[in-house]
Design a protein around this ligand. Structure first.
Ligand code: CP
Ligand code: NVA
Length: 313
């Protein structure tokens, strides 16, 4: 894989990349983390600017982009939907063309996948999906990095996502696991199963990589043999009105000590993209317990996001 091929590319979803390219991003993420731990401060973004567009709130993603870009000498500019005309007074296409003339790259977090796709199509600079209703690809790269830090190789490992199986995090994990040869199970209520479209996207990847994709409504059998159990909030941003319904549907899917034990593997770890609602999707005991890797996972957001920007800008 020639890394030069990545220059100028956007990251909208991992479905647009090859496993070799994803491997390159992962290895570069580990390299930039090691540099940071050694106290090195390379200045690879000097004189460069990135626009950070946020329609939804963020702690990790915003801070990862801002600190990763800034500490390399670049200038990040945070723009919430209160600040710019995007989609309100000005079309996404026009905003894209203007920002593309001023910035070296654009990050977008918001509702519609079509917004980030349009920004990529019209801006002429790399655009990164910092979370939409459909995908959260930068998160999935950090998750895979965390799994590899724990177990060495990730290929052949089993990850089980327990909870809202149709959300952005679950969908992105399905894409990256099927691309990279991890077995991936979703355990969720039938009402929240991933749709046929995402499964159809992932099936050819899984066939090629040898990954096994399973969707079940039974959490105990879903997590059996899992090296990592992953969960996310029951109610994603923008779906707050569904809180009561989701709580009813998802209460049997809480990740607790009993479910962790149902992996049958004392070595299995707990992952969560955060923010977490302790006592809902995960118990305090599990998230604060010895098998939880959520803080490493959060830190790895920054290293992976830095690697994505270094590879593509
Ligand atoms: N995991 C994640 O994306 O966190 P933020 O919403 O805080 O960015
Ligand atoms: N599924 C969650 C992820 C937050 C990082 C949401 O969209 O709110």
């Amino acid at each position: 894989m020639d890394p030069k091929k990545l220059k100028g590319r956007s990251l909208l979803s991992w479905k647009d990349y090859t496993p070799e390219e994803i491997r390159y991003f992962l290895d570069l993420s580990k390299q930039v983390k090691a540099e940071k731990k050694r106290g090195e401060r390379p200045q690879r973004f000097v004189g460069k600017t990135i626009a950070l567009l946020f329609e939804k709130r963020s702690t990790r993603t915003r801070c990862s982009f801002e600190t990763a870009f800034g500490e390399e000498g670049g200038h990040p500019v945070f723009l919430s939907s209160q600040d710019i005309q995007l989609g309100a007074k000005e079309s996404v296409e026009d905003t894209a063309r203007v920002l593309g003339r001023m910035f070296d790259a654009i990050e977008f977090r918001g509702f519609k996948q079509s917004t980030v796709d349009t920004l990529a199509k019209y801006s002429g600079v790399p655009v990164y999906n910092g979370l939409t209703d459909a995908f959260h690809p930068t998160q999935a790269l950090a998750d895979l990095m965390t799994i590899e830090e724990e177990f060495g190789e990730s290929k052949g490992r089993k990850l089980c996502f327990v909870g809202d199986g149709r959300n952005n995090v679950a969908r992105s994990l399905m894409v990256i696991c099927s691309q990279m040869g991890l077995d991936f199970t979703i355990a969720s209520p039938r009402e929240l199963f991933p749709d046929a479209e995402i499964r159809a996207i992932c099936e050819p990847f899984a066939k090629k990589s040898g990954s096994k994709i399973v969707v079940t409504d039974d959490p105990a059998s879903g997590v059996a043999g899992a090296d990592a159990i992953y969960t996310d909030v029951w109610v994603s941003m923008g779906e707050e009105a569904l809180k009561a319904e989701r709580t009813k549907l998802l209460s049997p899917y809480q990740v607790n000590a009993k479910l962790m034990a149902a992996t049958g593997k004392p070595s299995s770890i707990f992952l969560h993209c955060l923010p977490a609602v302790k006592g809902e999707e995960v118990t305090e005991e599990v998230i604060e317990g010895s098998r939880s890797r959520v803080w490493d996972q959060a830190e790895n957001r920054k290293h992976t996001i830095k690697a994505i920007m270094l590879a593509t800008i």
